[in-house]
Design a protein around this ligand. Structure first.
Ligand SMILES: Nc1ncnc2c1ncn2[C@@H]1O[C@H](COP(=O)(O)OP(=O)(O)OP(=O)(O)O)[C@@H](O)[C@H]1O
Ligand SMILES: [Mg+2]
Length: 254
């Protein structure tokens, strides 16, 4: 039997409506598949709709049109506990690590939140949080620190620990390393790579750095004005871009 995509997006569309101004189509009937264990890059200039795609998949934003299938199951109209259960499979890592945490709570509280929500007891949560921190390259004692008491790179490691706590199968990283300096960026990419292997994670990797995508992703999609204009193996797309926009995007970087 052919392998089934873990994530399938069909006809995904977002039209932002606002009073007075004309409607704006940020995501325009796009479709793609993400296979188990695959790392799929999504690149495109600022405003092309990348974050909106992530937010539509995770339902941070309501879609105007389209379907999202998880393991072949249509999750577009789920609600309540069925929705929570489906969304257990996917987690997001944002550009600004502090976005993942409540400044009034410790990192340990933040990392353990989803575990508590899914019924783990205090002692279990504590133990698991320590293991997650270690797995993400931080001392277990960091559980007691507040977000403002750690560096950006450390906070992003903690945000990754938080994202993998309930063992999702799909990680959506929206510019997860873009705010970090180059050395720390490399470390965080290495961490994501290790976790990807260890947990057989599938990753949607949104990024504006084509070199990073080339290094980290199996496949890349290029987005322009709400549409996916090109898709392929990163080396191929960079060497032989088919679309004019992709050519310009690559030339502007090289
Ligand atoms: N809530 C909103 N209301 C109206 N327009 C929006 C809203 N959110 C995003 N947009 C618009 O949709 C377009 C796509 O935004 P999006 O954040 O998805 O871009 P992006 O590709 O992630 O850009 P960046 O690389 O800067 O993060 C932009 O033109 C943006 O102004
Ligand atoms: Mg964005």
């Amino acid at each position: 039997m052919p392998m089934q995509p873990i994530l399938k997006v069909e006809n995904l569309t977002k039209v932002f409506k606002s009073n007075g101004r004309p409607d704006f189509t940020a995501v325009d009937h796009i479709g793609f598949e993400l296979m188990p264990g695959e790392c799929l890059g999504l690149i495109g200039e600022s405003g092309s709709g990348k974050s909106t795609v992530a937010n539509l998949i995770t339902r941070l934003t309501d879609m105007s049109e389209g379907r999202v299938l998880l393991d072949g199951r249509d999750i577009t109209r789920l609600s309540g506990s069925a929705l929570r259960e489906a969304y257990r499979q996917m987690q997001m890592v944002f550009q600004t690590p502090t976005e993942s945490f409540d400044p009034r709570h410790t990192l340990g509280d933040g990392i353990g939140e989803s575990l508590r929500n899914f019924g783990a007891c205090r002692a279990e949560v504590k133990k698991r949080v320590a293991a997650l921190l270690t797995q993400c390259g931080l001392p277990a004692e960091f559980a007691d620190r507040y977000p403002h008491q750690v560096s950006g790179g450390q906070c992003q490691r903690a945000a990754i620990a938080r994202a993998i706590a309930i063992e999702p199968r799909l990680l959506i990283c929206d510019e997860a390393t873009s705010a970090l300096d180059v050395t720390i960026q490399k470390e965080v990419i290495a961490l994501l790579g290790r976790l990807r292997e260890a947990m057989h994670l599938s990753i949607l990797f949104i990024c504006h750095d084509i070199a990073l995508v080339q290094q980290f992703c199996d496949r890349v999609m290029v987005m322009y004005k709400g549409k996916i204009v090109e898709e392929g193996v990163p080396d191929e797309v960079i060497r032989n871009p088919k679309n004019d926009y992709t050519k310009r995007l690559i030339e502007s970087i090289l």
